[in-house]
Design a protein around this ligand. Structure first.
Ligand SMILES: Cc1cc2nc3c(=O)[nH]c(=O)nc-3n(C[C@H](O)[C@H](O)[C@H](O)COP(=O)(O)O)c2cc1C
Length: 395
């Protein structure tokens, strides 16, 4: 759930510092890269070596330490890389320093240098927590979009039974996942995705195709896998590396794509037809050798309409069927027509600026005819929008 995420864990000088060990090890278990930053006071309560062993990275207690000289400007290098900083435990002192914009140690310096999301798990005596200065500091930080986990009511180190106890590690990690983790809302679902532009052979060395790069379909396949689905990708663009743990079936022509889709269709809970299937195929006898004629006139016939065929098969089944419409004019009107004709649940309409680009500007149209417009965004992000729709329809 936290694969490819870098998280900085700030540990300050509270007796609850030992609980940060479990936070670090849980974050590691979820796949995150973890760097621990400790205040001086925290190092008196727990040894940095413990965090080094748990995180697998040097522990930052001094920005000028010899060990960090390999990282240029560690406070900037690491904070740029991080998706989130979690301060666990957060003392009254560290909360006050953050609210006051102080940067006199590695942790507060990195907090100021970071634009990542920030989560604080306060831990302190109940009177400290109720102190109007702390109340004001916490309110100020909440207004600056700092997230908080706890503190909870319970047995405190001083013996009181009151507010001030740090949240339990599992709760803190749950909050981290909520803030930056990859949802597993497609776990147990099977998704069939098509990608790329099909190729129709003219002779053994020539073909007719289109400008589709397959990037959108690949982004959907990868994101669906990361959200827990088991994914089959039918790809007409074999040169892109297959996304991790995605079953890829390589095809060339529209006919091969149709056969592959029909082979995998029945087992799928959702089908996303992101491929640009060629509409025309040359009406030529199969050529075994390269054509050498001086002039060549080729007549084209239509390929099979894959979406229409599977739209018909869908019938009353619960399967979700999503298509794409690439239009150069009357985009929404044409896409709406396609949605109805092919019995789709959702259509993604886009124009020809999408070809070979890493980003896409698009609109979605659902069965009720509701149109939603999305600004230019990375295809990876657009994939999440499409998968949100699938997750919602499969619920
Ligand atoms: C054993 C011990 C436990 C402490 N626990 C807390 C605590 O839970 N919360 C807190 O705000 N301060 C606590 N303090 C006081 C802080 O360590 C002190 O305010 C220190 O200046 C905080 O420094 P730091 O925020 O840079 O880590 C504790 C001190 C000691 C000696």
């Amino acid at each position: 759930m936290l694969k490819d995420k870098t998280i900085i864990v700030g540990v300050s000088g509270s007796i609850a510092a030992y609980k940060a060990c479990e936070v670090v090890s849980r974050l590691k278990n979820l796949g995150a890269e973890v760097w621990v930053v400790m205040t001086d006071e925290a190092t008196k309560l727990i040894a940095p070596l413990t965090f080094r062993a748990l995180s697998g990275n040097p522990v930052i207690t001094d920005l000028f330490a010899e060990e960090l000289t390999k990282l240029p400007m560690p406070h900037v290098f690491l904070t740029k890389k991080a998706s989130l900083m979690v301060i666990t435990p957060g003392t009254a002192n560290i909360i006050g320093k953050i609210a006051g914009g102080i940067a006199d140690d590695p942790l507060t310096t990195m907090i100021l240098a970071s634009t990542a999301k920030k989560l604080i798990a306060p831990a302190m005596n109940c009177e400290m927590w109720r102190n109007p200065i702390i109340v004001e500091n916490v309110e100020k930080l909440k207004g600056l979009k700092f997230e908080f986990s706890g503190p909870e009511k319970g047995k405190l180190a001083c013996g009181d039974e009151d507010i001030g106890r740090m949240s339990e590690p599992e709760e803190i990690v749950e909050k981290v996942v909520e803030l930056i983790g990859i949802r597993q809302d497609l776990k147990g679902k099977r998704i069939l995705v098509t990608a790329g532009g099909t190729k129709e052979a003219i002779d053994p060395v020539r073909y007719i195709s289109n400008r589709s790069s397959g990037k959108m379909g690949y982004a959907i396949a990868q994101a669906a896998r990361e959200r827990g689905a088991s994914v089959t990708l039918i790809s007409a663009n074999g040169h892109c590396p297959a996304p991790h743990n995605v079953k890829r079936v390589k095809v060339e022509s529209a006919q091969e794509m149709l056969e592959a889709v029909l082979r995998h269709y029945s087992e799928a809970d959702a089908v996303v037809m992101a491929a640009a299937v060629g509409d025309y195929t040359p009406k030529l006898k199969t050529q075994n050798s390269k054509l050498k004629t001086k002039e060549l006139t080729i007549q084209f016939g239509q390929t099979e309409d894959i979406l229409k065929i599977i739209g018909k098969q869908k019938g009353r089944s619960q399967k979700v069927l999503i298509g794409f419409a690439l239009e150069t004019e009357n985009m929404i009107a044409n896409a709406k027509k396609k949605l109805v004709e092919k019995k789709l649940d959702l259509i993604v309409a886009n124009d020809d600026s999408t070809f070979n680009s890493d980003s896409i500007k698009f609109s979605t149209i659902d069965r009720k005819g509701e149109v939603k417009d999305y600004p230019q965004q990375a295809k990876a992000q657009a994939a999440q929008v499409i998968l949100d729709n699938i997750a919602c329809m499969l619920r």
